[in-house]
Write a protein that binds this ligand. Structure first.
Ligand code: ZN
Ligand code: ZN
Length: 378
């Protein structure tokens, strides 16, 4: 026999010693509902202890073998026989499942699944992936896209009721929109599943949408792509997503942009970079060349004595910055060393070599040039 009444599992659950398994289960539910810590924020410590005790009691009394040992020898008897009487979390999970089934709760804390929260919901956002050429992204473009989305049904204005027919009070909840269950001294109210809390249901369904209130439509939308966008840019078209339900606002349409690479321009933010090959002679003597820009081409003066990798800047010839202003165009020249020369070229180069002596010592690490490159491109 258990020593103290306060520790008597039957007393804790408030059941008779010959209570059936169902009576024990129902008593435990009642206790757990009452003492769940989430429901007793003001005396959490006491609630936690009672909740733990009730779970412990249920863990023993719901197990046929443990119960018979307990009946004969008490809790000490269970312990000495190697039975665990501690808080059994599997009992707890089981209990949550029971509650979930009964009341549509996600957890004992009382959050509702669906229920009233589902009324007046905002529509879903939609996503559209769009691919642009480098030039389209640079200059901006107006483009038409075709999307398929749900829209509010016109004939019934989204009510789902056949035009001219009205609503009728919901039979399930008697028009209250809510249903009450009582469990012990608790009365639990939940949203009526039949009318989703509206208290009314459709008498005759709208033929166009079969009572759904929404209908799938293909739409062509005009999208203005601003100049200077890049891969990963996301454009938002407010209110172009799916319609909300029960008066909720519509969702948005997001256009995800993917910009194709250019044949020779590389993008760094709103700046453009390209590389232009020049000959040793051009680099040495200087030359005026044409360099491409996004629109046409520009003259570029290569001064004599230009080194391979030297960078020239054309101000404002880059991409428009979506936040204003324009980027620059950077031209990096590469001095091409011929890998094959003709007999005549070889002769000329040999002569050149005779007249141009160079000291083949390691260059000093005065890296002004490399610093400059770093400064420009970070
Ligand atoms: Zn109802
Ligand atoms: Zn309709």
């Amino acid at each position: 026999m258990p020593a103290k009444d306060s520790q008597d599992y039957y007393v804790i659950l408030g059941v008779e010693r010959d209570a059936s398994a169902d009576q024990i289960k129902s008593a435990y539910r009642k206790c757990a509902m009452q003492w769940h810590p989430d429901r007793n924020p003001d005396n959490k410590t006491e609630a936690e202890e009672k909740f733990r005790l009730a779970s412990e009691a249920y863990g023993v009394l719901s197990d046929q073998q443990k119960r018979s040992v307990y009946d004969r020898y008490g809790a000490a008897g269970l312990n000495s026989r190697g039975f665990d009487t501690g808080f059994d979390s599997s009992v707890f999970t089981d209990f949550q499942d029971i509650l979930g089934e009964m009341f549509g709760f996600d957890d004992i804390g009382g959050r509702r699944r669906g229920g009233r929260g589902s009324r007046g919901q905002r529509g879903s956002d939609l996503r559209y992936d769009m691919s642009l050429t480098f030039e389209e992204a640079a200059t901006g473009v107006s483009s038409q896209i075709r999307i398929s989305r749900n829209e509010t049904c016109e004939p019934c204005k989204g009510t789902g009721a056949k035009p001219g027919t009205g609503m009728t009070p919901c039979k399930t909840c008697g028009g209250r929109g809510q249903m009450s269950y009582s469990q012990g001294f608790f009365s639990i109210t939940r949203t009526c599943p039949a009318c989703q809390g509206a208290g009314q249901v459709i008498k005759d369904a709208c033929v166009s949408c079969r009572g759904q209130g929404r209908i799938e439509r293909e739409r062509t939308l005009e999208v203005g792509i601003p100049a200077g966008v890049d891969s990963g840019t996301r454009l938002r078209m407010a209110g172009q997503g799916e319609p909300g339900t029960h008066g909720g606002s519509p969702g948005d349409l997001y256009i995800f942009l993917e910009v194709k690479e250019h044949a020779f321009f590389e993008r760094r933010g709103s700046d453009l970079v390209c590389e232009i090959p020049i000959s040793i002679a051009q680099a040495t003597l200087g030359v005026k060349i044409k360099v491409p820009t996004l629109k046409d081409e520009e003259d570029l003066e290569i001064p004599e004595g230009t080194q391979s990798g030297q960078i020239f800047r054309k101000k404002g010839k880059g991409l428009p910055n979506p936040h204003g202003g324009k980027g620059d165009l950077y031209i990096s020249v590469r001095v091409v060393i011929p890998s094959k020369v003709s007999r005549e070229q070889r002769k000329l180069l040999e002569q050149l070599g005779q007249s141009m002596k160079i000291d083949n010592k390691p260059a000093e690490r005065n890296s002004t040039f490399f610093d400059k490159v770093k400064d420009i491109f970070g």
